[in-house]
Structures are given as C-alpha cells and as structure tokens.
Ligand binder design. Sequence first.
Ligand code: NDP
Length: 337
Amino acid sequence: NKQVIFRDYIENYPKESDFSIKEKTIHLEVPKDSNGVLVKNLYLSCDPYMCLLMKKIKGPVVPSYTPCSVITGYGVARVLDSGHPNFKKGDLVWGTMGWEEYSLITKPEDLFKIDHTDVPLSYYTGILGMPGITAYAGFYEICAPKKGECVFVSAAAGAVGQLVGQFAKLMGCYVVGSAGSQQKVDLLKNKFGFDAAFNYKEEHDFDVALKRCFPDGIDIYFDNVGGKMLDAVLLNMRNHGRIALCGMISQYNLEQPEGVTNLMNPVYQRVRMEGFVVLDYYPLYAKFLDSVLPCIREEKIVYVEDVAEGLESGPAALVGLFSGRNVGKQVVAIARD
Ligand code: NDP
C-alpha cells in the first residue's frame, strides 16, 4: 500500500519535501469484528485546509496531522470489503480517506455513498463534494443573494470560486472575479460567464480595481482569500451588503498575518460578515445534489478540474495550491476503477 507520509510540522509555506512516499504491506480485508470498510482510493482532493493541519496549532475544526503518519483528505473510493451494514463491496463513496492506495475507514458513518455515476467520479472531490457544498451553502445560505445584485468572488477560478460565480450568474447577479493569472481571468469570463474579472497580481491598488469593476459598490463578497483584498472590499461595500468569510488563503502561511484595518466601514454600511464551516451544512447534501446535478447534466454549470496523475504527484499538487499552480479544482487521480 503506497502512502504519502507527512514528515514534521511546518511553520510557513508547505513544500514537496515535507512529504515522503512509503510502501506498507496491508491485508486487503476488514479485520474480523470490525464495522469498518476497506476502500480502494480512486481520486484524492487537494484542499487548502490541509496545509493548516501541517502546523503545530490546535486545529480549530479538524486536528493537525501526526508527524511520520499518512495524511488524510477528501477522496473518492470503491469499497473492497465491508463490516458495516450500510456498505457493501463495489459501492462508491466519498469522504475522508488516507493519501494511500487503500484505506481502512473506521468511521464509515461519515462517508457519503455515490448514487449518480453519469457524471465524472472525480466531481465528488469538487463540484459534488466538499467544495461544492461550500459554494452552495456560503452563497445561498450566508449571502442571501437577490437578482440584480453585484457579487465579487476572490480565488474565483478555484474549486469553490468558479461555482459561486456560476450560482450568482444563474441568480441573475452581476459577477466579478479575481484570480492570479491571465489564463484564469480568461476562464472566468469565457468559460464560467463572469461579467468581468481581473488579475490581482497585476493590480497595485485593490481599491482602485474594485472601484473600476463596481462603480456603485458591492452587495455580496464571497471571500476566499482574506488579507488586503478583504480590507479593500470593506471600502467598497454597499449598504446592507453581505460578506461570506469562507477562507483566507492569502494568510494561511504568513508568519505574521496581515491586519484588516477598515472595520469601521461595515458599521457605517450595515454590512453583515459571517464566517461558516462547510461541515455544518452536510445535512443539506441531498437538497444540494437535487439542485446541482440537473445543472451539470443540462450544462448550465460547467466545472474545470486540474488532474494530477499518480499518488507520487500528490505532494506537488497540494503545495501548488499556495502558488496558484492549479487551474480549477485540483484532483489527484490514483486509480480509475
Ligand atoms: P482553490 O481551488 O481556489 O485553490 C487555491 C487558490 O487560491 C489558488 O489556485 C490560488 O489562485 C489562490 N491563492 C493562493 N495563494 C493566494 C494568495 N496569497 N492570495 C490570493 N489568492 C491565493 O481552493 P478552494 O476553492 O478549494 O478554496 C478556496 C477557499 O475556500 C480557501 O480559502 C479555503 O480554505 C476555503 N474553504 C473554506 C471552507 C469552509 O468550510 N469555510 C471549505 C472549503 C474551502 P490564484 O491563481 O487566483 O492566486
């Protein structure tokens, strides 16, 4: 069983050398008297929260990784053996797996069964998995959008952002995204239907860029990056605007996180800012599938993935999230069936 092993806690940016690949012999069956399931992993998901688990801080939601152990993350897998009444050999599932070829899942209750296979299986790491529910809950539940509103999305070409932008367009909003390359800006405008987009790496002053895109201000900000962009957005919110604090990737690896200085503005503008954690919204999963699956089938929503091949390519793919190497949802394909 080939595995990706986490070497030791890190202080700032993760590097490929923070991981090693090891082989471990395992039995391809569930131990007797266990109600676990043994799965063969097919696709692994690279998600920004994973770098936070590489730090020796008490994870506020999920505990940190243990040095010299296999790392975990979301994935799609096929059940090979089951001691649990809800799962049988051959079932497809998504949920938290080890970064390894085969995983023994000891709490199978947390897995989601995959019933719809007419869409790519890898989608269950993205649009139909954790990032999909994040975009759905963050946009519809936290931002409470209305037709015609002005929506800004940062890290807009990523796993979550590309969906938020498309949900907003389906709602009849005016949507602008920021991303870190011309290629991504083109994708936002030409593939995902954003009304406008800009490359934040080429803007000297985010306030100026936002005023150019939103001369009358922003109603909704879906924040994936935090830091200076959030601070500039606070200068451009309209009265009764809403900000979904989804993530702050620009801050995760800084020794000294940047301060947000414009916090009086949301007071004057009566802006509601709300953080959320996707885990709280998993009970919405069935409703989410009912609304998003038809959109995929009817091609009302498209989804771009960046697929790295082989378990060995996993560490570079994961680390690449923090330099924007991924174009779309970063997936690692380790087996096809
Ligand atoms: P992405 O697929 O968007 O990948 C990360 C992207 O972030 C990169 O491609 C890069 O794009 C951008 N980025 C990296 N470093 C910086 C930086 N310093 N400044 C600005 N942008 C940067 O990731 P996800 O869509 O999976 O996640 C987006 C956000 O949502 C993250 O903050 C994540 O932690 C958060 N999240 C929160 C959840 C919750 O429950 N609240 C659940 C899931 C995700 P670019 O080229 O544009 O710079």
